[in-house]
Design a protein. Sequence first.
Length: 313
Amino acid sequence: MRFIRCETIVARRKKTRSKTKGASFKLRAMKKRPKAIRGPSLIGVLKVFGLVCIFVAAGALFYFTEKYVESVKPVEIGPLKLVNVPEWVSEQLKSRIVAAAGGETFRLDEDGAHIVAENLASVAWLDGVNVQITYDGICVEGKWRRPLALVKSGLNKFYVDAGMVALDFVPVPKLPIVGIKGVSVTRMPAIGEVLEREDLAAAVEILASLDRMDRKVVPDKPLLGEIDNIDVSNFNGRENPRLPHIVLYAKDNTQIIWGAEVGAWSQHLEAKDEEKLAKLYNYYIKQGSLLDGVKYINLRDPQDRIPQPIDKY
């Protein structure tokens, strides 16, 4: 009986030990298992999303606030400025250009510049208008058309420049404007219109030649200043082929017989156009004036040698 009890005790002990070992094995197994990697929690994601929304809203608020400030910023007003204006342009002509532009002051922005450019586009006195915005005004620059002759049509009168462009009449006392007679004008041309008349073109071409000679030879006392008008009534001999086709008249009514139109001298056995110019300016320089000298100056007769006044300068 005692022996049996011992076995029983031993058996129980063994059984107990086996249970302990099993428990220990399970515990060790649980300790060695790696921890699972957890992703971001929902609360964290919502916090980040909230911060992003705040930054986006702040940026949008700043952008639209800046645009609003720019839109409500008052636009400055500045004067209209005519730059690089020729000396011969009169104050009355300047005032007419300013009035045509739309006034003396404008908004200093693109809208103001656009209004000025659009208004001056149809003004015949200026060609190639350039409008620029500066910090203190709107500057207007362009090529000024310089009138050479004055044409009268009934009660109306208009200028013509070297390009045969009709310009409205405005006093320009610093320029020697020569009248043109004998042109049959059936209507008043539109201002800015390019006129196409042979007799008018012939007169303008002679005046343009005199104007160039004045600038080269006698810039301080232009010969054109003593010419009253140029008569093309007998242009191309339409009234009387035996009489001079074109005649200029000085302010004391002295006749300056030019003859045929420029380029047609050989057809009528006249002096070359260069010879006519040389003869006229030699006389002008020698006498000092076209006035109170002779009854007429004949430029038609050819000569072998006429000294060129430009050779002396």
